[in-house]
Design a protein around this ligand. Structure first.
Ligand code: SF4
Length: 492
């Protein structure tokens, strides 16, 4: 520990602000920052919206040090924010690390490579990284990603010390086993000027038997409502129109807080914030979805008429083995309550095919729920064995060919239902948040009108002609054509 580190405040966020300053000083001394010089960074993010939100926070700190973002991995600092929810998520990361290692070796030996996120909360993966990839400089997890400035400072100081003592190891590894408190008020970068994700809680206590998240994201902890309200108010003041409230299980928001507040009460407060036009949230857990929440959703026009409600399986027997704490009947009654209160609500879901022990009878229960509910869309997954989860030890794994055949049948049912549901909006006029240029903006700069892509309140996409300066605005569009899971429309 060097002298300057000992001087660092012990409280957060002051400590990280101190190291932000410290990093900037070192980079200026080394002549890579200042006098027209700007170091560049690249963050590669894998996985869910929680991870993308964490990457926005990492970017906020790096930019306050003085780094600027680039799209390429040919940068001075490269971070991989990893996911481990399914096998393929991990394999993809190894491919990228091999590639960037080559860039460092051949073009930029002083490049800084860091890896963080859910994969780094798995001790085996950290060991593999340590052994196989000596060129990785910083390794940290999900519980202390707020410490990026302190970890970078330590690395830069280690590199300085190595100039005098070449045998010194410079690598910094800091993976915190358990999550501690929530650090607020560090610099954040929001990727969009008109919509933003806002964390309301972290972690998950549900321990579904197939899921690795509770082991890599820790126990549930909620942000204080005053911090969430302040963040949403500031974003709305800056012109952000749509907010997505994020949590592994938003319905258990408030647990463990000194203040007594439920998710429904928080949503009720946020829905009336001045300037906010759209409020969304994910992910909900059917076992915690309260009648109060349904009432609050129906009460406020700002709350989008869309809910993502993971079913996972339609078989109550399998739901028990998954430790989901609801039955097929419970799920169907929640859907009925939602539709009674909001007939135009869009319901999307997650479904796993091939969970250990799944019989043809179990699977037909899943198809039955899909037919009964007629989901507007569904994320369908083939069960992925995750080491460390109880289900990975279940000995009745379902043969691959059986799973594949079931998966195809499920896709047909889901696609048919979502196409039928989607077609109902043809001919209606809907409010659309214009998000990006469309599929083929065309090269003709003169063209005033280009194809734009926007999102309806129900979360479905619509493509229509309009001028580029509509991006970020909420406009009215007539839905003219339905293309199964997106629309073609006309600006009104
Ligand atoms: S609710 Fe279940 S599936 Fe969702 S993150 Fe928690 S443990 Fe995983």
């Amino acid at each position: 520990m060097n002298e300057d580190t000992n001087k660092a405040p012990l409280t957060e966020p002051e400590r990280q602000m101190y190291f932000i300053e410290g990093c900037r000083k070192i980079l200026e001394e080394q002549g890579v920052l200042g006098e027209g010089k700007t170091p560049v960074y690249h963050i590669s993010t894998f996985g869910c919206q929680m991870n993308f939100r964490d990457s926005e926070k990492l970017a906020g700190v790096l930019e306050s040090i003085g780094y600027r973002p680039v799209d390429s991995e040919k940068a001075d600092l490269v971070l991989y924010n990893t996911c481990t929810v399914r096998e393929n998520a991990s394999t993809r990361v190894y491919g990228r690390i091999g590639y960037v290692g080559k860039i460092k070796k051949e073009n930029n030996p002083s490049m800084i490579i860091g890896i963080c996120g859910c994969m780094m909360q798995e001790p085996d993966e950290v060991e593999k990284m340590k052994k196989s990839y000596s060129f990785i400089d910083i390794i940290f997890g999900t519980h202390n990603s707020y410490k990026i400035a302190e970890l970078l400072y330590t690395l830069l100081m280690n590199r300085k010390a190595k100039e005098k003592k070449p045998s010194l190891k410079t690598r910094v590894i800091d993976v915190q086993k358990e999550a501690t408190g929530i650090v607020e008020d560090l610099p954040v970068k929001y990727d969009s000027s008109f919509r933003a994700g806002v964390n309301i809680m972290y972690g998950c206590d549900n321990f579904c038997t197939y899921c690795i998240v509770p082991y890599v994201r820790g126990r549930e902890r909620s942000r204080r409502s005053c911090d969430i309200i302040r963040e949403v108010e500031e974003l709305a003041k800056k012109g952000v129109k749509e907010i997505m409230l994020l949590g592994q299980n938003v319905n258990s928001y408030g647990k463990g807080l000194d203040e007594k507040i439920s998710f429904a009460e928080l949503l009720d407060k946020l829905a009336t914030i001045k300037g906010l036009q759209r409020l969304r949230f994910m992910t909900s857990h059917p076992k915690d979805l309260s009648d109060d929440l349904i009432k609050v959703m129906a009460k406020h026009k700002t709350i989008c008429r869309h809910i993502h409600l993971p079913l996972q399986s339609g078989s109550s027997r399998l739901l028990k083995r998954m430790n989901r704490h609801y039955t097929k009947e419970d799920f169907l009654s929640i859907v009925k309550k939602l539709r009674d209160a909001m007939p135009d609500i869009t319901i999307t879901t997650d479904i796993i095919v091939g969970f250990p022990g799944e019989t043809e009878e179990d699977f037909s229960e899943t198809l039955d729920v899909c037919e009964t509910v007629s989901f507007d869309s569904a994320f369908t997954f083939i069960y992925s064995k995750r080491t460390g989860t109880p289900a990975a030890t279940f000995d009745d794994q379902v043969p691959e060919n059986v799973v594949k055949e079931r998966f195809d049948r499920l896709l047909n049912v889901v696609a048919r239902c979502s196409a039928t549901n989607a077609s109902r909006l043809v001919g209606t006029e809907k409010e659309v948040l214009v998000e990006t240029e469309g599929r083929d903006p065309g090269t003709d700069e003169q063209k005033q009108e280009i194809e734009l892509t926007g999102r309806l309140g129900n979360n479905l996409l619509v493509h229509f002609e309009g001028s580029k300066d509509l991006i970020g605005e909420i406009v009215k569009v007539k839905i003219e054509e339905c293309k199964d899971f997106y629309y073609i429309g006309k600006l009104i």
